[in-house]
Design a protein around this ligand. Structure first.
Ligand SMILES: [Zn+2]
Length: 385
């Protein structure tokens, strides 16, 4: 998606007060555990679990659809290696990856962040329990079943992948998932389902077909595809239920909220007054010293390296892109810092609005995608009548 001059001006304005941009430029000091030419990972000084890492792109993007393909691949592709080394440093079996979009979902800074949370059984972290009690209406179910495959087919047209030919096989470890839930999309690497009952209406789940339990075992290509699909699912959920934000929560390995230790991604629409308040947490000073943990994680990070995959999709170059057609969906992101990096910045600018839409827009597909947006809205409007 190419940014309009207005969007660029807005982003430049945000950058001036962005804590994460200041960390990257070393204006604010932070406990940097990993850094390369495009990305940085720092220890959160208000950790919700021991070893809580915040991972971000050095370039400022307010929400994931703004991230250009090259940066997106690098950013998403490194997540398994980072998780592996954090788990090695912290000696844990479980892991959560959290991406929040919009104030309603707990995104407080307009700079895309990925929270990496090492987890263990009995670690006292209960924010991701996800009590599944809500069934999705048949009408909304139909919308997801109809539009998710269309979105993915658009995605593959823009990002042709040598490995992709169709829906792939069903691995044995996922047979129960297929039996109990409604499959709305699948390919060789993953399956997306509507759970029998969700934590809220519009809750979707994605399972990897190449790995049963551990995010750290995913290849760079598989990780790029998994998180790109999760981002598309997040946009679709956002529009289909008219949400004010979304959370993407990945669970991996055993923890109290993931007793089977399964690898899964949960896409959750969020509203300011929803019942998922437990997904966010208060920032608190840790009762323990962070330096020891910082050293352990930093020392484990040396093998982490992004290598552009050989079977890379032929990405559309940015210069061929056209401005993204406007969509109605808007995500509010408040310009407050979620973490205090020693220096407090003047970061209280009130609310700003950002237009959300799909990733990887380009000339040939922008009209097609606009049609999809319109069709979804029309379908939703019909339901309301
Ligand atoms: Zn920034």
């Amino acid at each position: 998606m190419q940014l309009t001059p207005e969007m660029k001006a807005q982003i430049n304005e945000q950058k001036k007060n962005c804590v994460y941009c200041k960390i990257t430029s070393k204006e604010i000091s932070a406990k940097t555990a990993f850094s390369d030419n495009k990305t940085e990972a720092v220890l959160d000084i208000y950790p919700v679990v021991k070893g809580h890492i915040v991972y971000f792109l050095k370039e400022h993007y307010p929400i994931t659809p703004y991230i250009p393909p090259e940066d997106s691949r690098h950013f998403f592709g490194l997540i398994p290696q980072l998780c592996k080394q954090i788990q090695k440093g912290m000696v844990t079996v479980g892991m959560n990856v959290l991406i929040s979009s919009g104030n309603a979902a707990g995104q407080l800074v307009p700079h895309v962040l990925v929270h990496l949370l090492p987890r263990d059984e009995g670690d006292g972290f209960y924010h991701f329990m996800l009590k599944k009690t809500t069934a999705l209406s048949l009408e909304k179910r139909n919308i997801f079943q109809q539009y998710f495959p269309l979105r993915m087919s658009s995605y593959f047209k823009d990002n042709s992948a040598s490995w992709h030919h169709g829906s792939g096989d069903i691995p044995e470890f996922l047979t129960d998932i297929y039996q109990r839930n409604t499959v709305i999309y699948e390919d060789e690497k993953l399956v997306c389902i509507i759970p029998e009952k969700g934590a809220v209406e519009g809750h979707l789940e994605i399972y990897s077909k190449t790995e049963q339990s551990s995010i750290s075992k995913l290849s760079i290509v598989d990780s790029i595809h998994l998180f790109s699909t999760a981002s598309l699912a997040s946009s679709l959920v956002f529009e289909a239920v008219g949400a004010q934000g979304t959370n993407i929560i990945l669970k991996s390995g055993k923890s109290d909220d993931n007793p089977q230790g399964r690898l899964s991604i949960h896409i959750l629409p969020r509203f300011f007054d929803d019942k998922l308040k437990e997904l966010t947490w208060e920032q608190k000073q840790p009762s323990y010293n962070l330096d020891g943990i910082y050293t352990k994680i930093k020392d484990a990070m040396w093998p982490v390296k992004y290598v552009e995959p050989k079977e890379l999709p032929e990405m559309i170059s940015q210069k061929d892109s056209q401005p993204n057609p406007p969509v109605n969906s808007q995500i509010n992101v408040q310009s407050n810092s979620p973490v205090n990096y020693q220096k407090q910045s003047s970061f209280d600018k009130g609310q700003e609005k950002y237009t959300g839409s799909d990733q990887h827009e380009e000339r040939s597909s922008s009209k097609r995608k606009q049609n999809h947006h319109d069709e979804i809205r029309e379908a939703i409007d019909r339901l309301k009548q």
